[in-house]
Design a protein around this ligand. Sequence first.
Ligand code: ATP
Ligand code: MG
Length: 255
Amino acid sequence: MTSPALEVLDVSRRFGGLLAVDQVSFTIAQGGLSALIGPNGAGKTTLFNAITNLFPPSAGEVRFLGESLAGLAGDRIARLGLIRTFQSARVFPGMTVLENALAGACLHVRAHPAAQMLRLPGARAEERKLRGKAEALLDLIGLLAFRDSAATDLPMGAQKNLEVVRALMANPRMLLLDEPAAGLNDSETADLAALLTAIRDTGVTIMVVEHNMSLVMGIADQVIVLDAGKLVAVGSPTEIQANRRVIEAYVGAEG
Ligand SMILES: Nc1ncnc2c1ncn2[C@@H]1O[C@H](COP(=O)(O)OP(=O)(O)OP(=O)(O)O)[C@@H](O)[C@H]1O
Ligand SMILES: [Mg+2]
């Protein structure tokens, strides 16, 4: 039997007196596209931070492809193939769009740094291959025409999509995306939805925090609902839309 992509087992995260994530458990199958939803302050970003050990769990355990992540540093987790993006876009200033995309691959560049510096044939071939991949992904998301622009000159929505491309350049086995559609206009959102389903179809597992319900319901096969740090529900989009506790969590949040 293949292990799940991600197992979150009784995970809690405390900040002083606040239990931001409270004994949350769920499993994500390999190849799935799960959405993590919940009102503002529900603990969604904190859960991502706990999974990737940016702010490690105060209790509980996270397993990735059957292996415990306890005590592993962020770069080690990334090397295992678990790659995340951040809620506020973080493109590298002083670099072009293409350079930002290529930066995502630096975890995996195989050529020895000296070979890269001397631009030996092996290193050049590797660079060409990565560049080709970056350009294909930029094309998919409508950013190829801006490849040589400064990344920080892009509109915020395009910067967020660029961050997704950079994450993909790291060859993830699983992607954790924190509100990738925030600030995107309708056509950028449609590009993103197409990109995410295309990536899922290549076998990459995806977990996405998202407030845009039509996006979530359109692409997710599993929806995980948090409210005030607690797991409220896990189910298919149809099940979640009909779930009274979910509706109450949202209506309650809106007063
Ligand atoms: N580093 C931190 N230190 C102290 N409290 C924190 C920290 N990070 C998050 N919190 C608190 O934890 C709770 C959950 O926050 P979190 O950012 O995880 O929510 P969220 O579901 O991502 O919300 P949003 O939809 O607004 O992004 C909030 O009350 C927040 O203030
Ligand atoms: Mg958040």
